[in-house]
Design a protein around this ligand. Structure first.
Ligand code: HEC
Length: 435
């Protein structure tokens, strides 16, 4: 190499080396968001409830990767920017109509989305670790891994091995309350589910009188269900569910995986109860669906509506709403029709996805006056395109059934009536179906 050429090469190298220093003096770069200072607090607030390591109970199913540290997060930077910009993450399906009404509302502010996108566009830099907030603690020390704290009672199902050849199974188990654990009936202020494996698709439980077991979502004595994205929450202050001391707990499990050698796994899911204090005054919570069991969705339908309604003859507090359906369901809505004929949208989910079984828990109980009708409507698509994508048969009618390839139309509600009332007097009803 000639000397002149070498000098030029050196000069270019020097220039290249100098570049980062020059750039960091530039004001826009100095203000570029960093992971520790700007992004980590947003991940803690909006993402880590699901994106954290296995082994910590999140009450629902865990996301595929943790976003706890810079090392966790950096490889995902581009998809993170894409996911927050398109608002696919964090997942939240209710429209603005109910903004601010529900717990765990997962909606990021525009400015926070911009911070993340900016961080990624500027090279996803770590920044100074000294700027980092303290690691977020989800499970208090000594709580036994429960996010609602140390429970008063834990009931476990018997361990079950989901065999290699199984791809999809719904199966029920009974469990006794451990002997001596309950000497009297109790008021339950909170329930936490803990799945024994990430391959639990969903889990429901009910507490039944001995000899009167009823399973699954239809149970009259349901304690609730969890699935992807569920978060535990105590009932609002002053409300509780009754648990009789001789109850038999039924677990209704749905496992879903790819069948094959070595795919088998063992599950032992659990349920934890938090009891009210002895002298605590509480109002009883009921939990059941406004549902339609007699529908038939014709083959090939692009959009098919199914409705159900319930009349509340006494003043009632609504505590939570949980629309439940399967693969054909594309939208769900709850509406109140008040005695004066006016309507209020209680929940609007224009893009329903059965993978995300979100329960909408009111921060403050929603009181509806005596004489209110609550209408639940769900829309379904029984088209060849959706069938292909979701794995069902669109050439036949879909009717009510527990398999994920059957359909359901259940608008669950948690509620408390101001005076005891026979559920049957509430005129469970259905409204016209059609396209
Ligand atoms: C309620 C639980 C939950 C929350 C909160 C959540 N995620 Fe997710 N996330 C998931 C699950 C589950 C998946 C796997 C998704 C799937 O298979 O559809 C996922 C997938 C992703 C993916 C991969 C998407 C892809 O491109 O394949 C990214 C990136 C992501 N999440 C980022 C985030 C970020 C960033 C936040 C916070 C701003 C967040 N998530 C909040 C549960 C959650």
């Amino acid at each position: 190499m000639k000397t002149t050429q070498m000098l030029v090469t050196l000069a270019v190298a020097a220039l290249l080396l100098a570049l980062p220093a020059t750039a960091s003096n530039n004001s826009t770069d100095a203000e570029a968001p960093t992971f520790y200072k700007d992004v980590l607090p947003l991940l803690q607030e909006n993402c880590q409830t699901c994106h954290r390591p296995e082994g910590e109970n999140i009450g629902g199913m865990i996301a595929p990767m943790a976003l706890m540290t810079y090392q966790d997060t950096r490889p995902w930077a581009k998809s993170i920017a894409r996911a927050v910009k398109s608002r696919t993450m964090p997942p939240w399906f209710a429209t603005e109509a109910t903004r601010g009404q529900f717990h765990h509302e997962r909606v990021m502010a525009d400015a926070d989305i911009e911070t993340i996108v900016n961080w990624v566009q500027n090279g996803a830099k770590p920044g100074d670790e000294a700027d980092a907030p303290a690691r977020k603690v989800f499970v208090e020390e000594g709580s036994g891994g429960w996010s609602l704290g140390k429970p008063d009672l834990v009931v476990k199902m018997e361990p079950y091995f989901v065999a290699d050849e199984i791809a999809d199974i719904n199966i029920n188990f009974k469990a006794e309350i451990p002997p001596g654990a309950m000497t009297e009936d109790k008021w339950v202020r909170g329930i936490e589910f803990k799945v024994g494996s990430n391959l639990v698709h969903h889990m429901c439980a009910s507490a039944n009188p001995p000899g009167k077991e009823s399973f699954g979502k239809f149970s009259d004595n349901s304690l609730g269900c969890i699935a992807l994205g569920a978060e535990s929450q105590m009932f609002p202050d002053g409300y509780a569910m009754k648990l009789a001391k001789d109850s038999v707990i039924s677990f209704s499990m749905h496992y879903n995986k790819e069948a094959g050698e070595g795919s088998g796994f063992e599950d032992q899911s659990m349920l934890a109860f938090h009891f009210a204090d002895e002298d605590e005054e509480v109002r009883e919570i009921s939990y059941d669906p406004i549902g339609n069991l007699t529908f038939e969705i014709p083959p090939g339908q692009e959009r098919w509506k199914i409705g159900a309604a319930r009349y509340f003859p006494v003043e009632t507090d609504l505590l939570a709403l949980w629309p439940h359906a399967h693969h054909r369901a594309v939208a769900a809505r709850y509406e109140a029709v008040y005695p004066d004929g006016s309507r209020e949208l209680l929940l609007d989910v224009p893009n329903y996805d059965q993978e995300w079984q979100t329960t909408y828990q009111y921060k403050e109980p929603k009181t509806i006056p005596a004489g209110t009708l609550v209408e639940v409507t769900m829309w379904y698509e029984n088209s060849p395109e959706r069938a292909e994508e979701r794995g069902f048969d669109s050439t036949r009618s879909a009717i009510n059934g527990t398999a994920t390839t059957d359909e359901m139309m259940l608008g669950f509600i948690n509620y408390s009536t101001r005076m005891p009332i026979d559920r049957m007097s509430m005129q469970l009803g259905i409204t016209p179906s059609g396209d």
